[in-house]
Write a new protein. Sequence first.
Lengths: 271, 301
Amino acid sequence: MRRRAGFLLLLFVALGFLLTPPLWQVATSLKSREQLSMLPPLLPDPPTLENYQGVFAGRPFGRHILNGTIVAALTALLALLLGAPAAFAVSRLAIARARTLLFGFLAVSWIPPIAIVSPMYLGMRALGLRDTWWALVLADTAFVLPLTIWFLTTFFDEIPQDLLWAARVDGATTVGAFVYVALPLSAPGLAAAAIVAFIYAWNEFLFSLVLTSSPAAQTVPVAIALFPGLHEMPWGEIAAASVIASAPVLVLILMFQRWIVQGLTAGAVRE
Amino acid sequence: MTDQVSERRTALAFLLPGALAVTVLVFVPLVWVVWLSFRRAMPVFGVDRFAGLENFVHLFSDSRFWAAAGNTLYFAVVAVSIEVILGLAIALLIHQRFRGRGLVRAAVLIPWVIPTVVTARMWEWIYNPEFGLMNYLLRTVSLISGPVSWLGDPFWAIHAAILADVWKTTPFAALLLLAGLASIPPDLADAARVDGAGLWQVFTQITLPLLRPALLVTVLFRFLDSFRVFDAIYVLTGGGPANTTETLAIYTYKVLFQTMRFGYGSAIALSTFAMSGVASIVIVGLGSRSARATRSPDDAP
């Protein structure tokens, strides 16, 4: 009984530490300017939505959301298009040193983005892609692709080999077995990999900051980082923008939690 | 035979687009950054000439670079140590069976998935000297008497950044360690308990040694990630006050995009990469050596 109480206490402390900051941010977003400069009370009284209106007033925040959504969706799509066949080849096809190849891909995640930000900037500028969605999609895909391949390899590894052989016996080509057997069977894995890529691109900051220069392509994190404070910081509006920026990724992770966690941690324990 | 040849061709066709993308977008820039680091390149001023080792020589006498290297290492070592210990505690907690475990596990993921820029802004507001939650809570329990300017004070700023990072990334450490815990067969602990071992003994004698591979992976992943820290601190403090929170990535960014020195900035970027490479080799080396050291007594006949 005492052990149970101790356990619950620790659990409560851990959850309090992890959840208080975002809850405080939500409370802040619902406070008026006057309430922000008063403490206590901790909670908004009465709550107001004026900050949420303020975020969009006189500021292209809607455009930032559009940019972020398109960049993240295209990154997820491109990562799957490039990553799924590669992962299938590593997992199932007879190629020499398949796993070595996988580690070649994974070596990319060892390279800090800051290390290649200067050539990325010069290259995108030379190609005329600076301040476009495509610059961000390409940069984000490059860094999320290794993770996508790793992730999908673990899912393809789970498919019973008999099913793929059966398809081949029935006359399917390798491509056929991939498209009609492997892909449908790993649908949760594909969805989870797409979501991880989407979240990565939606949250990404360094390349989004460096490769854009106007609201034409700036994503939500860049907008929040550069939030203008003329005389004083508009903390209520920043909090409202933060809630809006976090909502999509929170919904995605809570819905697909199980598969995302399975894919992300599979590698760490496999040895 | 022809089947194998055709399958090999299909395999190559499957791999090629992804491999090409990574080569063009990551490995080519990596070669390019090496080339840039040997040049004096300031694109906006039309300066671009070979400079030999000039940038690297300058690096050695650049005290701001060494200060940034020190800040980065301090940040990474302190933050990762706390994250792994707290992460292990949380992993042990949510490894237990209890009602609502799924919900708690989902809640733990929240800090990890929120955009880093958002969490930096969030903590900036919490640290606000006048209206921040931090000072309010600490004054309520009388730990401080007057408001502390957490981000304005050279001593506190780096530690404020560490706390914000610990909050954000401990969940990821917990997740990796939880997966490690799940791979340990439960009958081992049960058997030990039947033999009369206490909770602490089970933890130190069974759980911890078997968790070593997962611990090593967690330390390595977290270290690589915190050594390249950019947004978490850049948005929180901008590297201030007086550059006390300026990390290598932030210094690189400023040299590249505020002073437009692409040659020198590339040299710093390359050195940062090299240092994180050396550090990861050291971590893996230490990790596998301590694994051997603990294994050998049991191996002896």
